[in-house]
Design a protein around this ligand. Structure first.
Ligand code: SAH
Ligand code: SF4
Ligand code: F3S
Length: 438
């Protein structure tokens, strides 16, 4: 669409996961295409202020109201405020009740309606059954060499601690030809790496909105890897339950798949996993993780852990520590259990763990992980690794990521950008590597 008049300004803040980041990118691209908005970092000059929210733990939700209160003070005369995302889904019109200066509320499953809702004062659009799986979103250019593509919406799991199924609704897969077309377009534009996104990526293909026959995530990975010019495929989040042998083989053997995998453990105790309704046991998780370690020598395995789930005994927690010791995760995202509305775990209220115990367990996980992290990162020194360079710093350092997704810094110039180059690793900190181009 051609715009004749001057663009309006959009300020957008994003909380939460990578899916929310991608939703924000869609919001920006849709508003640019249909409403002639361009982004600004300066809230005072914005005509439209959007906060794309996360509900997964209680803290960010508490912060929301103080934050939009501040937006309301800082905004220029006549500027609109919109609340989008997961908290919009679950609080809905209560947001406007509590903060009447909010102009509209748009749920995480309704992002395609952004261009119409900006014109509707007081509108609340949070239909949990809305189906955007065939919606052709305006494409966002977030980075030159990387692109992100949603492969499914919603989540069919019922993990008892998790609010996401209530904020994003049932799982529907996006048709493979749409995914491949988007990636192909982005590759023509210069992207060499794609991140496939979904709340449960490896249950891909079970349900399409047009009722077509089922397919699998493994098949999708295989098909995407045929795209000419695409060098690296990443995905998040997969579920350990769906990591079957066919998937692990494709992961191990397909050279385009980045050898970094997220395996959200949540707990190492089979009885806690059962109370969480995760669907796997400690043994299953260990079997899958150790098989991947064996088949993929340089693999990096990252995880999410929740400590102090209601009823978690010292023995249960010891099982989590045991799994951490056996797998030696390359990165752990740790959380203390946070009771959430619309979740089954609320029924376990009497079993909730004292906050100090939760904090102690969290610290224990963090300290143990730091030891593993240092050891794993040091083991890279002396190796030669392939790095995709993407960022030039003013001090002449160029940074990029290895195939197993470790950040590396070398001395170099912009000639390295967008290229995959062999680098000899010379030094390591707990979180990054240094090297020399060979
Ligand atoms: N769909 C993804 C991510 C879900 S949310 C997955 O299944 O991996 C990201 C992480 O937040 C979860 O993996 C979990 O570790 C954490 N989380 C979710 N609900 C939580 C809660 N109520 N309290 C604490 N952490 C939680
Ligand atoms: Fe939440 Fe479980 Fe779905 Fe992940 S798989 S989004 S933790 S319900
Ligand atoms: Fe948060 Fe929603 Fe993502 S609750 S973690 S923004 S799916």
């Amino acid at each position: 669409m051609q715009h004749t008049n001057e663009s309006k300004k959009l300020f957008i803040e994003t909380l939460g996961c990578q899916m929310n980041d991608n939703d924000s990118a869609h919001i920006v691209a849709e508003l640019n295409k249909h409403k002639n908005y361009t982004t600004t970092q300066n809230i005072e000059e914005a005509d439209l202020i959007i906060i794309n929210t996360c509900s997964v733990r209680e803290k960010p939700v508490q912060k929301l109201f103080s934050e939009i209160g501040q937006f309301n003070v800082k905004k220029k005369e006549g500027a609109k405020i919109g609340v989008c995302g997961c908290t919009a889904s679950h609080l809905g019109k209560d947001i406007i009740k509590r903060a009447p200066y909010v102009d509209f509320v748009l749920g995480a499953r309704n992002i395609s309606k952004i261009s119409t809702i900006v014109e509707q004062k007081g509108a609340v659009e949070i239909d949990i059954n809305n189906d955007d799986s065939n919606y052709d979103f305006a494409r966002a250019e977030t980075s030159m060499y990387k692109t992100s593509v949603n492969i499914s919406i919603g989540c069919d799991k019922e993990c008892t601690y998790c609010i996401v199924p209530a904020t994003r609704g049932d799982e529907i897969s996006i048709p493979p030809e749409m995914i491949i077309e988007q990636i192909t377009k982005d590759v023509k534009r210069g992207a060499v790496e794609v991140m496939l996104l979904g709340q449960n990526v490896n249950s891909y293909g079970r349900r399409f909105s047009d009722g077509r026959s089922k397919t699998t995530f493994t098949q999708l990975l295989h098909d995407i890897s045929k795209i000419q010019g695409l060098e690296r495929i990443r995905f998040t989040s997969p579920h350990p339950l769906h990591m079957d042998d066919a998937f692990i083989e494709e992961f191990a053997q397909n050279p385009k798949i980045s050898k970094c995998i997220h395996m959200p453990l949540q707990s190492g105790s089979t009885s806690v996993l059962k109370a969480m309704k995760r669907g796997y046991t400690k043994e299953w998780f260990l079997n899958r993780a150790l098989k991947i370690r064996k088949m993929v020598p340089d693999v990096r395995i990252t995880t999410d852990i929740i400590v102090a789930f209601p009823g978690e005994t010292q023995e249960d927690f010891n099982d989590t520590i045991d799994v951490i010791n056996q797998v030696k995760f390359d990165q752990i995202f740790n959380f203390k259990y946070s009771p959430r509305p619309n979740t089954a775990a609320l029924e376990l209220k009497e079993l909730e763990i004292p906050d100090e115990t939760g904090s102690k367990r969290l610290i224990e996980v963090i300290e143990l992980h730091k030891l593993h992290q240092s050891e794993l990162m040091r083991s890279n020194v002396g190796k030669t690794m392939k790095v995709l360079f993407e960022n030039l710093k003013p001090n002449g350092e160029v940074s990029g990521f290895t195939d197993n997704y470790c950040q590396v810094f070398v001395k170099g110039s912009d000639e390295l950008l967008g290229k995959i180059v062999e680098v000899k690793i010379t030094d390591a900190t707990r979180t990054t590597l240094k090297g020399e181009v060979v």
